[in-house]
Design a protein. Sequence first.
Length: 159
Amino acid sequence: MPLTGNLLSQVHAFKDLTPVEIDRIRQISHTAQYDTGHELFCEGAVGQQFYVILEGEVDIVKAQRSTIDPWRSETEITLATLRRGQSFGEMALLQRDVRSATARVAQHYTRLMIFHRDDVIELCRDDPELGFRLMANLARDLARKLRTSNVSGMQRLIL
């Protein structure tokens, strides 16, 4: 299995899938390379893709408007900096809704594996067992991320 397959087997969404299943998932993806500052998606846009970082870094940022001074310009808060082997954009696979944050390339030469929602849904329909395991993994990963964000949010409030 190529290096990409080995990396994918470590991604939370693809945990415990067989090499054959990971290869099927890899076949519905494409890779792309981006430079620093490129916006992969914007907060408020409808999500259609899920991403795995093969090389580089991606910042997840959220716009924050001042509640005290409405004339003050918007600022951005970096929620997370994601690195090789991490994934983001999972919600786009589960529902057609707007993105809750912006994803921006943080490091020169960031290479991503990109999965389009429609291709993942079709794979799940073609292979329901694989689809179930993939969606169960996604649900566990999203729950883990939610728990982590709740804990870090509480720590910021306490400090």
